[in-house]
Ligand binder design. Structure first.
Ligand code: DX5
Ligand code: ZN
Length: 224
């Protein structure tokens, strides 16, 4: 059985009390803190950068999972590594040299990952899997929290897991599969069965009055 991880997306947190929100979800059973970086260029929204990553770092011992939705990619990687990020993922379409960006993330001591928008082909993985620690599938179009899960992404999750299982057979190395967008208690079980092991949830967690209860319920649904 894989290790199942819930990654609250702080995009839906109360930004006026961000440190406290990060501490609260960490104490409530989260496994990662998902940190959405948007630049109003690659995606139509503007959020937070390395300064905010550094500011929340003392509020949690959990890994900070930085999801870059920025273009260009490379020049911001060292800044996030210095700010305390542990995992950095980016969209291949936003990088001129995907292999180089992946290497750069690892050279800065972080785990690396590629993010796939709903329409992006998984073929991008074919020649770079050795440099990838996590694959992030977007199940909404990037830019905003609170959108509806795109049902076709269930099949894409199965296809991604099959690719990663094949790689594991050849190399023995497990690559995590994360999903992001519209994850709720009513689809998380099916996603786990499809082979997802890491679940980003923004509105489902921060929109719930009891973070511990909602994270526990997510784990319960996964285990069913
Ligand atoms: C969207 C972000 C997501 C977002 C998910 O571009 O990457 O991480 O916060 O929010 P929910 O869980 O509300 O769909
Ligand atoms: Zn995200």
């Amino acid at each position: 059985m894989p290790e199942y991880r819930i990654a609250p997306s702080i995009l839906s947190a109360d930004f006026a009390r961000l440190g406290e929100e990060v501490r609260n979800v960490s104490e409530a059973g989260a496994s990662l803190i998902h940190f959405d970086v948007m630049d109003n260029h690659y995606v139509p929204n503007l959020t937070i950068g390395p300064l905010v990553c550094e500011a929340i770092r003392p509020y949690t011992d959990l890994p900070i999972d930085v999801h870059l939705m920025v273009k260009p990619v490379d020049r911001i990687i060292p800044d996030f590594a210095k700010a305390g990020a542990n995992i950095i993922t980016f969209h291949p379409e936003a990088s001129d040299h995907v292999d180089r960006s992946l290497s750069l993330i690892r050279e800065h001591g972080c785990q690396s990952g590629l993010v796939f928008t709903p329409a992006t082909s998984l073929d991008y993985l074919d020649y770079v899997l050795d440099k990838v620690d996590m694959v992030l599938l977007m199940s909404v179009n990037p830019g905003f929290g609170g959108q509806k899960f795109i049902p076709a992404m269930m099949d894409k999750a199965r296809a991604a897991r099959a690719k990663l299982d094949k790689y594991k057979e050849q190399t023995g190395r497990h690559i995590a599969l994360e999903i992001d967008g519209g994850v709720k208690v009513d689809n998380i079980g099916e996603l786990a069965a499809a082979g997802v092991d890491t679940f980003v949830a923004g509105s489902a967690i921060f929109g719930h009055p009891d973070y511990k209860a909602i994270i526990a319920e997510m784990h319960r649904q996964i285990a069913l």
